[in-house]
Write a protein that binds this ligand. Structure first.
Ligand code: DP6
Length: 345
């Protein structure tokens, strides 16, 4: 029996991936940037085993046997092909490429966090099997495989601040993640998840982005003009630890992503009224301070991720706390987090 274990963190995009130029390979229509949530319980951990005793490939997710989806099969086939190359070149390497795999993945994300597990899950799967197969590839090269499982998974191959460079090659080999800076680069950066709804989203990202690509006129403007500019500016803001600019670009991008969703036909709504009250509350707070001290971003769902600097934590939490209690029936659970960590108050 051969065995290896690896884990990967959750990432939240501050410059969103939305749109594929190749659906099969998950090649995006724009580059994106994410900040990694690095609290211990926001990771997926996967153990991969290969043995002649296994009759077929099996995937267990939190102790439940899951069917192997098309994307998982594609990623497994790629990993096996890379191992087979090693075995071909080096006859002394153990012959494990053809052995069946048992993949056991666990994540203990608090259900209340309403976070999708696929990005961290695919990244941990690729990491664990690449260790099992002793692949010589670096994390950026492996991110090309994780990307084929789920686009955003490529960014979970790293911690800290990560860019997914869209690339231009048709085979997707240059569409991969690179680390902009590690978590220690900006130690006072924190994140908070306002959980509006922990249920699964209505329209999956995969189908939502196809509707947008096919029907939204604003989308062309977004991918050709706004995102390329923001990609450069946001990277610089991160490297300069310029919170005001980082916050503004993050909010502008989130707003525009949800605008192209609304511009899709039929329109896609991810944010609800509670999400909108969080947006209002954060702008109100930033207006009071005459500069952004907090930034919101929303993925394909109503939950709000708030970024702020540690020194402003009290101001942000108390203002959001008030805003939360001012909105009738605001069913929000708060979770504090740094790109370094997360906690439930
Ligand atoms: C809004 O990576 O889940 O979170 O590639 O189809 O699996 P697939 O989509 P997925 O989409 C993520 C969309 C997003 C923005 C982002 O994470 O960049």
């Amino acid at each position: 029996m051969f065995e290896a274990t690896a884990s990967a963190p959750v990432n939240i995009a501050t410059l969103k991936y939305w749109g594929k130029r190749d659906v099969n390979l998950n090649l995006p229509t724009n580059s994106s940037i994410s900040v990694t949530l690095a609290q211990d319980d926001l990771r997926a951990t996967t153990t991969a085993r290969a043995s002649s005793e296994f009759a077929k490939d099996e995937l267990y997710l939190n102790d439940t046997l899951e069917p192997l989806g098309k994307r998982t099969l594609q990623v497994l086939a790629e990993l096996r092909a890379l191992r087979a190359e090693i075995e071909q070149k080096d006859p002394s390497a153990p012959k494990i490429a053809d052995l069946k795999l048992q993949i056991v993945s666990v994540n203990n994300f608090p259900t209340a966090a309403g976070l999708a597990s696929s990005a961290a899950g695919f990244a941990a799967l690729v990491k664990s099997i690449s260790l099992l197969y002793k692949l010589p590839h670096n994390d950026s090269e492996l991110s090309v495989l994780a990307r084929q499982g789920s686009g955003s998974a490529c960014r979970s191959m790293f911690g800290g601040y990560v860019a997914w460079e869209m690339g231009s090659e048709t085979n997707g080999l240059d569409s991969r993640a690179v680390q902009i800076a590690d978590v220690n680069h900006w130690p006072n950066m924190k994140a908070l998840i306002l959980v509006v709804c922990a249920e699964k989203k209505d329209v999956s990202s995969t189908s939502g982005m196809q509707i947008t690509v096919e029907t939204s006129g604003l989308f062309t403007e977004r991918v050709n003009t706004l995102v390329p500019e923001l990609f450069v500016k946001m990277k610089k803001a991160i490297l300069d630890r310029d919170f005001g600019s980082f916050a503004k670009y993050t909010m502008v991008d989130s707003n525009q992503f949800h605008a192209v969703c609304l511009d899709s036909y039929p329109p896609i709504f991810y944010m609800n009224d509670v999400s909108k009250s969080a947006v209002r509350a954060i702008h109100e707070l930033n207006d009071q301070y005459k500069e952004p001290i907090a930034a919101y971003t929303f993925d394909a769902g109503p939950n709000c991720v708030v970024y702020y600097l540690e020194e402003n934590e009290e101001a942000v939490l108390s203002h959001l706390g008030q805003a939360v209690s001012n909105v009738n029936g605001f069913p929000v659970e708060k979770m504090g987090s740094t790109p370094a960590s997360t906690s439930t108050p």
